[in-house]
Design a protein around this ligand. Structure first.
Ligand code: CA
Length: 379
């Protein structure tokens, strides 16, 4: 069965049923007061006291001033300070300075700190559905996932599930499409993937596992040495800009384009009570500054990647595409992963069904527009 049919049959039937009940004026009317961020502003009746400085302790999962992700958060904090006339001070704590990198979710949930900047797929052990908000192999691009989040059901579903952990998420950036990774040897067929030890986390890792790869999780600081010594055969990381800084091209020169993380979301998440206690002006400033962070970080990833790709090519690095049988096996594997996780967890099924409905429409639109345009531009 085709992937789209497989993903959408059940969910799409419901959607078509709902749509067919709408008349044209229903479809055109957009009630902006129901936009999740607008609602939180409208509900607030607490105002800022400019004589009293409010401090937010925000921990990240990144090293201090880490390129793009870390510096983006630094800039966000500065913008909040400027816009609030210094009445709101966001103190950014790099990973492991106040809270360990992967303990920021629990520390914010319990109120030990006020907020964190990280990525939702790190918390899949709490609820497998959280990994879906980071993106799905062969799923939504950065632009599409932002559309689904802000104007579709994404942010509503995310907030509903995070509310159970006393958390309130906002969009905090997007890596854009990630590269398939660095391989010590070329991949000429699916056979070459079998038994390969590869550092690849999340739904991408689960998908690769079904294709015969042994996914390995390693701390960032150990990846290069493991690759150099042949402890692992391959690694994915992010894209040209951040990958080049890691030096992988020196020890695993076969660089593949990819489909496992087509537009990974980063999050800015608050403790719910702390968020509720903020003055409405401060909430509005955070919402605007985080929207800018989301947009700027996405743009910066895109810009730095375009600049760095040519530097990698100057070093003799060529870009490869996975062979057709690898891509076909990946598409089949991701269907199996989504079905299995959906059968175990109703939250996962609810979110993945909603993404599937949006993806189906987004594919039709991109075929008619961007895909067509890029083919012509590049021919
Ligand atoms: Ca990655």
């Amino acid at each position: 069965m085709k992937r789209r049919e497989f993903l959408t049959t059940a969910a799409a039937t419901t959607a078509i049923g709902l749509l067919s009940g709408c008349n044209d004026s229903d479809r055109q009317a957009i009630d902006y007061s129901k936009h999740p961020d607008k609602k939180s502003i409208a509900d607030k009746n607490v105002h800022v006291n400019y004589n009293k400085k409010v401090t937010i302790n925000l921990a990240t999962s990144w090293p201090a001033h880490f390129p793009i992700m870390g510096t983006g958060v630094d800039e966000f904090a500065q913008n909040v300070k400027r816009a609030s006339g210094g009445s709101l001070d966001i103190k950014v704590h790099a990973k492991n300075t106040l809270i360990p990198a992967l303990a920021v979710f629990d520390a914010t949930s319990s109120g030990q700190i006020d907020a964190f900047h990280s990525g939702p797929y790190y918390w899949k052990g709490k609820n497998s559905a959280f990994s879906l908000f980071s993106g799905i192999p062969f799923g939504l691009t950065a632009e599409e996932i932002n559309s689904w989040m802000l104007y579709g059901n994404g942010l509503k579903l995310w907030r509903k599930l995070y509310a159970k952990y006393n958390l309130y998420p906002l969009l905090g950036g997007n890596t854009n499409i990630q590269m398939g990774g660095w391989f010590r040897k070329p991949i000429n067929s699916l056979e070459d993937m079998k038994g390969l030890k590869m550092r690849i986390p999340g739904l991408g890792g689960e998908t690769f596992a079904k294709m015969g790869v042994n996914p390995v999780l390693l701390p960032a600081g150990e990846i290069y040495t493991s690759l150099e010594r042949g402890v692992i055969d391959a690694t994915e990381w992010v894209g040209p800009a951040l990958d080049m800084k890691m030096g992988f091209y020196k020890v695993a020169p076969y660089y593949y384009s990819g489909w496992h993380e087509p537009g990974s979301i980063l999050e800015l998440t608050f403790n719910q009570q702390r968020w509720n206690k903020l003055a409405s002006e401060h909430q509005a400033i955070i919402e605007m500054a985080s929207a800018q962070m989301n947009s700027n970080m996405t743009s910066q990833f895109h810009y730095e990647n375009t600049q760095t790709l040519s530097l990698l090519k100057e070093k003799g690095i060529k870009i490869y595409n996975f062979p057709d049988d690898v891509n076909a096996a990946g598409k089949k594997a991701v269907q199996e992963v989504l079905t299995e996780l959906g059968a175990k967890n109703k939250d996962f099924k609810e979110v993945s069904d909603d993404i599937a409905i949006f993806l189906s429409a987004a594919e039709d639109y991109s075929k008619a527009s961007l895909h067509h345009f890029l083919n012509i531009r590049e021919s």
